[in-house]
Design a protein around this ligand. Structure first.
Ligand code: GLN
Length: 299
């Protein structure tokens, strides 16, 4: 029996609902669009048309995969972040709405500078780096990423968006800082791995499909913030900004560590759920002190 497009979409939704997939309606709709090229309007207008048998098999096999927890974004292979498309697949973290908070904070701060030098640490798909590069065409953006798989997505996404002012660099945030001189950047932005190791397996099952390396922030979730604040903080010029995405309940410890390392005017931005999702501050004393030490060094 041939199913109509509308029936296919409805059966997909019901199967997802029965499997306890949240947003079953949205997911079935996006998969209908992905497989049949039919968006909501097409469904309303042409929902009574018979659905191609081969495409139906593909659709229901994707629905079954989705029931196992595989993220929708990996099936579609592309996801939108702040108006730009990013290729995604196993091996790279999916860009999230939450990350817009830190990206917008970085945009506001760097938007006031002329031709800012920016580095995005733990860049992943390049969602933050590419968005900043596109929206701040005079900026020079460096995107640092360690994972081979994520790095290839980063390169493709720079290309896909024609972000000519974004340079991908392969490197480890825990050691690559020595490759840059002190004061090299006007703004550092990072959405580092920040989930507490022990909690990863207790969160949504979709996370199990994403690279652990992009999520695991160590025993207390703060490992990468400590590294970046301590070793990258001096790579900012005096008055430069450090902008983080911070996990739930991580703003306070990150703020305190930043304050200990010479950051002032430390602030935050809330996400839609009310978490302090972005933490940012201005570098002053460290680099100043360093200059003073040089000035007063006996010749
Ligand atoms: N925001 C992600 C999550 O909680 C975590 C991303 C990260 O560790 N940077 O699903």
């Amino acid at each position: 029996m041939t199913l109509t497009l509308e029936e296919v979409y409805r059966q997909g939704r019901q199967t997802l609902e029965r499997a306890g997939v949240p947003d079953a309606d949205f997911d079935s709709l996006l998969l209908t669009e992905h497989v049949f090229g039919a968006d909501r309007t097409a469904l309303i207008l042409h929902g009574d048309r018979p659905a191609d048998g081969e495409l139906c098999r593909r659709f229901f096999s994707l629905i079954d995969e989705r029931c196992t927890g595989r993220p929708l974004q990996y099936m579609i292979g592309k996801w939108n972040f702040m108006g730009f498309d990013f290729l995604v697949g196993e091996g790279v973290l999916i860009p999230r709405d939450d990350t817009e908070v830190a990206c917008e904070a970085a945009l506001e701060l760097a938007g006031k500078m002329d031709a800012p030098r920016i580095i995005d640490l733990c860049s992943g798909s390049g969602a933050i780096a590419v968005t900043l590069g596109k929206l701040l065409p005079r900026a020079q953006v460096t995107a640092l990423e360690l994972s081979d798989e994520a790095f290839s997505y980063l390169e493709k996404n720079i290309e896909l968006n024609g972000a000519k002012n974004v340079t991908p660099v392969k490197g480890d945030v825990a050691s690559a800082y020595d490759d840059w001189e002190d004061g090299s950047f006007d703004l550092i932005v990072s959405n580092p791995p920040y989930i507490v190791t022990k909690q990863i397996d207790t969160l949504q099952r979709e996370l199990a499909f994403e690279p652990r390396m992009a999520l695991d922030g160590g025993e207390d979730g703060l490992y990468f913030y400590r590294i970046i604040t301590k070793y990258w903080g001096t790579k900012l010029r005096k008055g430069g900004y450090l902008v983080y995405e911070t996990g739930e309940d991580e703003h306070e410890p990150v703020r305190d560590d930043m304050a200990e390392h010479g950051f002032v005017d430390i602030g935050y931005k809330l996400d839609l759920q009310g978490y302090k999702r972005a933490t940012f501050g201005r570098q002053t004393s460290l680099f100043e002190k360093r200059l003073d030490e040089k000035l007063f060094k006996p010749f």
